[in-house]
Ligand binder design. Structure first.
Ligand code: ADP
Ligand code: ASP
Ligand code: MG
Length: 422
């Protein structure tokens, strides 16, 4: 008997019929003697619907002052899910109790719409488990020290589940979703993408941070920090398959670098449409210029991703960087009104129609020529690279958004990711 955390995403919770299926699956695990904690997301489309209602009521939605209220609204999606799932479990003859984040409580900081979990009180949950109940906890949400409801950012139920698993020292956290594991890239873009039986923690972290939406990045960070055994698997297999079969399906996030993983130079491709590029043209090339530009941007709480500074001509240079698309308008305003004039930039230009495509693999550490193979594959498709960023285990390029799918497919082919590494 073990303590297991299951997480079910929006599609898996998408209708009464699907919730019933989730309940049957969880009941199977509970009957096998496991202590079960279940973390569901809102029903698919529900979070978007709720946030859409808010947008209808005010053009100011999106500005930080309204984020507290947005969290109040968005958190209700998961509240409905936990209640429904607890009822469905009881209908299966399993004792179950549902909690919102604040009832546990899941304590977070006060960064509304992107709060960070600070601690989780396990007292209530442990008492219920000891009494033989399945505990259903709302994902995506928490409470700050002033008792405000907070949410953890889109896709945040993954993080709730892993953090809860860490707090309870669960034997495993199983992330049930609408695909049967982590693939070499999003199978919706590349149908030939291949499921990985295991992916190293570092690669998963890189994939998530580079935009692969299969797991929220913070969930992977939690798994790493607390060594939570983590598996991504399908909620669409028949609910009554054996637990043994289910427990080894999907993709395991592995903390060990085994030899097999070393063999694939590139393990996966991630892409991200959520960025925008801004450029200051003709800034004087002198010491401290990068700080003069990026300092005010950081002070405005805007995260900066890829940065590029050109070689100077006649003492002038061009300086570009990318930010999250949600911060694009704010960044442009800051550059046009303050930073541009202060640095004597000739012009400020921006482009929100870019994307970032990245190849990831721990094997890249020990192989040369991986980046050049990437650049060749892109050039053969006539795709212009605007920016490049590399680290030990990834190479990212910023390109025109309209070439994103073409680029991902070309790279998938170039690195033969559809084939099992030998
Ligand atoms: P959930 O609602 O269960 O949290 P998400 O939509 O957040 O599900 O994540 C699952 C989706 O992630 C898949 O449907 C798939 O389109 C997408 N995805 C992106 N990259 C990958 C990848 N490398 N492997 C598998 N799925 C991926
Ligand atoms: N319901 C939230 C969202 O749509 C959280 C989640 O699904 O993980 O982003
Ligand atoms: Mg998700």
């Amino acid at each position: 008997m073990a303590l297991i955390v299951h997480k079910y995403g929006g599609t898996s919770m998408g209708s009464a019929e699907r919730i019933r299926n989730v309940a049957k699956r969880v009941a199977k695990w509970a009957r096998a003697g496991h202590q079960m904690v279940v973390v569901p997301s809102a029903m698919s489309g529900e979070t978007n619907r709720l946030l859409g209602l808010a947008k209808e009521l005010s053009p100011a939605v999106g500005s930080p002052e309204l984020n507290r209220e947005l969290d109040m609204i968005a958190a209700t999606g998961e509240q409905v899910s936990v209640g429904l799932l607890a009822i469905a479990l009881q209908a299966e003859g399993v004792e179950a109790v549902s909690y919102t984040g604040w009832q546990v409580p899941v304590a977070t900081d006060s960064s509304f719409t992107k709060a960070r979990i600070e601690s989780i009180d396990d007292t209530r949950v442990r008492a219920d488990l000891a009494a033989g109940k399945v505990v259903v906890i709302a994902g995506f949400q928490g409470v700050d020290e002033d008792k405000n409801i907070t949410t953890l950012g889109r896709g945040g139920s993954d993080t709730s589940a892993v953090a809860i698993a860490a707090a309870l020292k669960a034997a495993e956290c199983l992330i049930y979703t609408d695909v049967d594991g982590v693939y070499t890239t999003d199978p919706r873009i590349v149908p030939e993408a291949r499921r990985l039986h295991t992916i190293s923690f570092e690669e998963m972290l890189e994939m998530a941070s580079l935009g692969s939406k299969i797991l929220q990045i913070r969930s992977v960070e939690f798994a790493g920090k607390y060594r939570v055994p983590l598996r991504v698997l399908s909620s669409f297999t028949p609910w009554d398959i054996s637990i043994e079969e289910e427990a080894k399906s999907g993709t395991l996030i592995s903390f060990e670098e085994d030899e097999k993983m070393e063999q694939a130079v590139v393990s996966g491709i991630a892409f991200n449409r959520d960025e925008a590029k801004v450029t200051l043209l003709g800034v004087p090339d002198k010491p401290g210029i990068a700080f003069q530009i990026l300092g005010p941007v950081a002070d405005a709480n805007i995260d900066i991703d890829v940065i590029i500074q050109n070689v100077s001509h006649d003492g002038k240079t061009d300086f570009s960087f990318t930010v999250h698309r949600n911060d694009y308008a704010r960044t442009m305003e800051l550059l046009e009104k303050t930073v541009g004039p202060a640095t004597q930039a000739a012009k400020v230009v921006g482009d929100a129609r870019i994307c970032k495509v990245s190849i990831v693999g721990i094997g890249m550490r020990s192989h040369v020529g991986v980046a050049s193979k990437m650049f060749r594959a892109l050039s053969e498709e006539g795709i212009n690279i605007q920016m490049i960023s590399t680290s030990e285990i990834k190479t990212s390029v910023v390109i025109d958004e309209k070439y994103m799918e073409l680029a991902v497919r070309a790279l998938h082919r170039a690195f033969e990711l559809e084939q099992i590494p030998t």
